[in-house]
Write a protein that binds this ligand. Structure first.
Ligand SMILES: Cc1cc2nc3c(=O)[nH]c(=O)nc-3n(C[C@H](O)[C@H](O)[C@H](O)COP(=O)(O)OP(=O)(O)OC[C@H]3O[C@@H](n4cnc5c(N)ncnc54)[C@H](O)[C@@H]3O)c2cc1C
Length: 319
């Protein structure tokens, strides 16, 4: 297994692709063109080519943290995702392409008796998306085990930088501001017996299936708002779902956008749902918590494109 692109290119493009087919919310209109690629080199040459042609683009991975506008976007969308893991093992380090699905990376680590990624079992999306958003669960996050990352700036400059330069904090890295693209990441893991890792993974998957919506029946983008910042260093983050529930959030809905019955911080799509419904419902949820607790919720899910009522100062395609 290596990160080098095969002779037969995986790059393919589709004009006017519907973004509802590439996001877990199953919502969103068309983009100008969707270019799919799996390997770092292919992504690099795609971006260099778009830059040469002065074309606007955005990059997505698994589309599991996005709500795309109903009218779509007037830009090219690059989808950096591989259905097969693209990973090199160097002793206890794994060098993983940003396009590899996070859960495939977890399985690869487990099969190689490596510990450090197991907590991420079942988190949708790619390793690239997980690094950008410092995805996590059970008190652990991607930034904890990342040693370095190879990025490509939007202008096409490639460099490897230490993970400590990424400013990781709760569900955040500096990459959210810079817009730099993750080609691959190097994770430092440690040896562990395989069977306990497997048991732990199965327990996590079971827990997740009890708590999280099944994407086939309840399309969504996971938790909509970030958990609440602690008021002192001694405290942990408080679950936003609890505040939403106390504020009557579970009874809210707009059109086909509803609250998941087992988790007040998750909006799910039902019949007739539009992206604008989701946008409007998230405003109602934030208003309910503000009125009851005087707390301002911070959004975790990212919007792509234009929505009625979006902040005037919002610029760019992803906000
Ligand atoms: C059912 C469900 C459960 C979830 N549970 C969790 C959970 O437990 N913990 C958690 O943290 N999250 C969770 N999420 C949210 C989501 O899975 C994560 O945020 C995930 O890491 C997003 O990855 P993605 O590839 O889908 O990114 P996308 O949604 O495609 O993109 C998200 C952002 O990342 C950027 N991006 C994507 N790939 C790259 C790249 N290679 N380089 C630079 N930027 C990139 C995009 O431009 C965009 O700004 C859940 C979502 C769902 C639907």
């Amino acid at each position: 297994m290596n990160l080098t692109a095969p002779a037969k290119s995986t790059v393919h493009s589709k004009p006017n692709a519907l973004l509802s087919e590439y996001t877990t919310f199953r919502l969103g209109g068309a983009c100008r063109e969707l270019i799919a690629c799996a390997y770092p080199q292919e992504l690099e040459s795609t971006i260099l080519d778009l830059n040469k042609r002065n074309e606007n683009f955005i990059l997505i991975g698994g589309g599991s943290n996005l709500v795309v506008a109903d009218q779509g976007i007037k830009a090219t969308v690059i989808r950096y995702l591989s259905c097969q893991p693209i990973i090199i093992k160097e002793e206890n380090d794994l060098i993983i392409s940003g396009s590899t699905l996070l859960d495939h990376a977890v399985l690869f680590a487990l099969e190689n008796s490596l510990e450090g990624l197991n907590y991420a079992s079942g988190i949708p999306g790619t390793v690239g998306g997980a690094i950008v958003g410092n995805a996590g669960a059970f008190g652990k996050q991607v930034g904890d085990y990342l040693k370095s990352v190879c990025i490509l700036t939007k202008q096409g400059v490639k460099k490897e930088i230490p993970a400590s330069d990424l400013g990781f904090r709760y569900r955040h890295s500096n990459l959210k501001e810079t817009g730099d693209i993750v080609l691959w990441g190097r994770f430092g893991l440690s040896w562990a017996a395989r069977d306990p890792l497997l048991t732990e993974r199965q327990d996590i998957l079971k827990l997740r299936s009890e708590k999280h919506p099944n994407l086939q029946t309840h399309p969504c983008a996971g938790s909509f708002f970030r958990n609440i910042e602690p008021t002192s260093r001694a405290e942990r983050r408080q679950a936003t779902g609890w505040f939403l529930e106390q504020a009557g959030g579970k009874s809210l809905s707009v059109g086909g956008a509803k609250i998941f019955d087992r988790h007040a911080n998750i909006i799910v799509k039902s019949n007739g749902c539009t992206s604008q419904d989701v946008h409007d419902l998230h405003l109602l949820m934030a208003k309910a918590v503000k009125e009851k607790f005087s707390l301002d919720l911070e959004r975790e899910v990212r919007f792509v494109g234009n929505f009625r009522g979006m902040p005037a100062e919002t610029q760019g395609f992803i906000w």
